[in-house]
Structures are given as structure tokens and as C-alpha cells.
Design a binder for this molecule. Structure first.
Ligand SMILES: [Zn+2]
Length: 237
């Protein structure tokens, strides 16, 4: 099965540290990620609300030649207050502006936010035969379903498609109507499941949802440890 290559280009100061090694080591049957170029100093935004317009970013960010698509990261407002903008068939930009705080406050990582959006762009890219379509925004749905193609006009809604994002029935049917390599969809499904909170926060959430079970579990394990230690003491004395 073909693995698509993604080159990450950092644009300006990202303010937050992004673990590029984690992204580059992400195990995947359908995508390889590498940290490509960096643009260290960027001009002031030309947008009336200090946002970077598509035209300005198209001039600034160029397609990486050795990758299927170029995924730029910036920490600044984008056109129309979007967090993800298409800049060409093979180039897009993802903003950490406001989004990093939103995902971190729900115990997700910036790296998983980046991965979630790489998979969304990858799905578009594969669905449209090697190009992110100009009407990609129209393919996303306003209804928040936890789907990879949730539009999230309310930026805080991103968290609903950060914990094991999936393809809703409508989006899956749309993709399945296209010529897509055998195995791509199943690989996509299995890899999206791995985008979730860390084990620590999953345990904390489970304890919050099942406090009685957690207390009983603690009590029983304490008794079991006591019995085991008494048994060992009896054997070795
Ligand atoms: Zn959907």
C-alpha cells in the first residue's frame, strides 16, 4: 500500500514547542511525516484583524518538492478565522493560534491536533486523486459528529473530533464512491483510533466517570496486597 509523504514547514515562531520527533516517528501504513523547511522570520500580517490572508501565505510558503503535500504550521490568525486553510492543491496551513490552548485545556496534545488535521488533509488528498480540492471547505459539515470532516466553525468544537476521530456515515459514503486503494480506508480507521488522550488522562476520566468502582477497586486491591504480604510472611518466618 502506498504511503503518502507529508513535509511540515514551520512558519514564524510557533510559541509552543512541537515534538517533531514524535510526529516523524508516528507509526502509519499510509503516511510518513518529516520536518522539512522552516521560515524563521515572517512579515507582519496584512489582514485587517492582524490575520494572515491566503494570498500572503501563498507567496510565503512554497511546495516542498520531495513530499506529496506540504503542511505548514503557524501561530497566527488565518483568513476568516479558520484554523486550517488550503493554499493550493498540495499545500495547506494549520494554525496553533487559540487552538493550542483549546486542545491543551481538554488534555489533548498539540501533536495530536496536528496529526488529526494531517489525516483530514490526507483523506481529501487521496479522495481527489492527489490534490486537496478547492471546494474542500464545502465537504466539511457544520454538524458536530466527532467526524474527521467536522467543520468546527466554533473553534472549541475541535475537541469533539480529537478523541478517536472517525468518518461519519455520510463522509465514508462520499469517500467510498471514489477510486481509493484497497486497504486505505481500514488503515485510516485503525490509525485515527490512536489519536486520543494520553493513558494518564484516560485513567483520570474513567475514575471521574466511575468513582464508586474506583473506590471499590482501591479497597479490594489493598485487601489483596495485605493478604499476599501476610501469606509471604507466614511462608518465610
Ligand atoms: Zn462526516
Amino acid at each position: 500500500m502506498r504511503r503518502y509523504s507529508v513535509s511540515i514547514v514551520s512558519v514564524g515562531s510557533l510559541k509552543y514547542s512541537v515534538d517533531m520527533k514524535y510526529l516523524e516517528n508516528w507509526r502509519s501504513r499510509i503516511v510518513t511525516i518529516k520536518h522539512g523547511a522552516s521560515i524563521s522570520h515572517i512579515p507582519n500580517a496584512v489582514g485587517t484583524s492582524w490575520e494572515y490572508t491566503d494570498g500572503q501565505l501563498i507567496d510565503l510558503i512554497h511546495e516542498e518538492e520531495d513530499a506529496d503535500f506540504t503542511f505548514a504550521l503557524i501561530n497566527a490568525g488565518l483568513e476568516s478565522n479558520y484554523y486550517l486553510r488550503r493554499l493550493g492543491d498540495k499545500v495547506c496551513v494549520l494554525s496553533l493560534y487559540e487552538m493550542a490552548e483549546i486542545v491543551k485545556s481538554s488534555n489533548f496534545t498539540v501533536e495530536h491536533y496536528i496529526l488529526r488535521n494531517i489525516y483530514e488533509i490526507l483523506a481529501f488528498y487521496v479522495e481527489y486523486g492527489g490534490a486537496v480540492p478547492t471546494h474542500a471547505y464545502n465537504l466539511a459539515h457544520d454538524d458536530v459528529r466527532g467526524c474527521l470532516f467536522d467543520m468546527n466553525p466554533n473553534k472549541t468544537d475541535i475537541v469533539f473530533s480529537m478523541n478517536k476521530p472517525f468518518l461519519c456515515d455520510a463522509c465514508r459514503a462520499r469517500m467510498m464512491a471514489k477510486q481509493i486503494s484497497a486497504g486505505f480506508m481500514s488503515a485510516l480507521d485503525s490509525e485515527l483510533i490512536r489519536i486520543n488522550r494520553s493513558l494518564y488522562f484516560r485513567i483520570v476520566e474513567w475514575i471521574k466517570a466511575h468513582p464508586v468502582c474506583a473506590i471499590l477497586g482501591t479497597a479490594l486491591s489493598t485487601i489483596a496486597i495485605n493478604l499476599a504480604s501476610n501469606f509471604i510472611f507466614e511462608v518465610i518466618k
